[in-house]
Design a protein around this ligand. Structure first.
Ligand SMILES: Nc1ncnc2c1ncn2[C@@H]1O[C@H](COP(=O)(O)OP(=O)(O)OP(=O)(O)O)[C@@H](O)[C@H]1O
Length: 299
């Protein structure tokens, strides 16, 4: 598929602080990518550089084969950042119309309202009288105003209640089906696991993992095969297999820690012992996250 965003050897220093340290990646048209990582990992800095709002110290960024600062690029991208600062004196409807007027091919007003869940009451309110959740919806509408091909969201669901959150992600799926490319940062691991096709995991300014949620979970050492202890199976022999990281007993079950669960199953069946109650624990994304960003505070 067509590659539309490319970062090559990007670094960003603030005085002596390296916020982003020599990262390279590309994003294809239609991908949904989650940027994850602990506080201060470099997520927002990277996003701001992709948006052309922050200049990298070194390296190059291209969107649609152009510099992100160019007008042709800006017209095709939309963003919802953490702070939505709008023109407070205007009504929501007027702010949206104003933003639409900046773009050559804006999204239809009625469609924007449907997609973002703004109701008639919201539209008549002054922008500075909105609740946190309503502000997020307005921010979403402004990100969509130009009917962009690429959308950036920095922690989009902060301040949203459960139903608004669900609605937001349903809309994101619908936008993906229309061919939009979506990049979002989040601290909610479950959201990344549910929505993203790809996760870029940041830690201390570098990318420590890049893959599907499944691939990232697979990097876990905690993946295991467990079964009811048959009593007569040699655990020493199991432990000596090169595919096995660890073997232990807990509550009358045997746990075999491995990265290759299929091979362990094959071995177990080959022993001809009566192994019962087999379960495979895949490991969770939050465990993978903790492992890959060791010594970092929990998010
Ligand atoms: N304008 C700035 N001036 C100085 N240092 C900065 C600036 N912006 C970011 N930093 C530093 O760069 C590092 C990366 O910050 P960044 O905001 O990109 O992290 P983040 O992963 O988005 O964190 P969070 O999850 O807390 O939003 C941090 O150490 C931060 O203090």
């Amino acid at each position: 598929m067509e590659q539309i965003i490319s970062l090559q050897n990007i670094a960003k220093k603030f005085k002596d602080k390296k916020a982003v340290d020599d990262i390279s990646f590309s994003i294809k048209k239609g991908e949904i990518v989650a940027i994850l990582g602990p506080n201060g990992a470099g997520k927002s800095t990277t996003m701001l550089m992709m948006l052309g709002l922050l200049e990298p110290t070194s390296g190059s960024i291209n969107i649609f084969n152009r510099n992100p600062k160019e007008k042709q690029v800006r017209e095709r991208i939309g963003a919802m950042l953490q702070e939505v600062s709008v023109i407070d004196a205007l009504k929501v409807k007027e702010v949206i119309q104003l933003f639409r007027s900046y773009y050559p091919n804006p999204m239809e007003f009625a469609e924007l309202v449907t997609l973002t869940g703004l109701n008639d009451e919201d539209l008549k309110r002054k922008a500075d009288k909105l609740s946190g959740g309503q502000k997020r919806r307005l921010g979403f509408a402004l990100a969509l105003a130009g009917n962009p091909d690429v959308l950036f969201f920095d922690e989009p669901t902060v301040g949203m209640d459960i139903s608004s959150r669900k609605r937001f992600w349903d809309t994101i799926q619908a936008l993906k089906e229309r061919g939009k490319t979506i990049i979002f940062s989040t601290h909610y691991l479950q959201e990344a696991d549910d929505i993203a096709e790809r996760i870029l995991l940041f830690n201390e300014g570098v990318i420590v993992a890049d893959g599907t949620p499944k691939e990232i979970k697979k990097q876990l050492s905690k993946q295991s095969v467990s079964f009811i202890d048959p009593g007569n199976l040699s655990l020493e022999e199991l432990q000596s297999l090169p595919i096995v990281r660890d073997v232990y007993r807990k509550n009358n079950r045997v746990y075999v820690v491995t990265e290759q669960t299929d091979d362990v199953l094959e071995y177990l069946f080959s022993t001809k012992e009566k192994v019962q109650g087999i379960q495979i624990e895949q490991g969770r994304l939050d465990e993978a996250f903790a492992e890959l960003t060791e010594n970092k505070e929990a998010i």
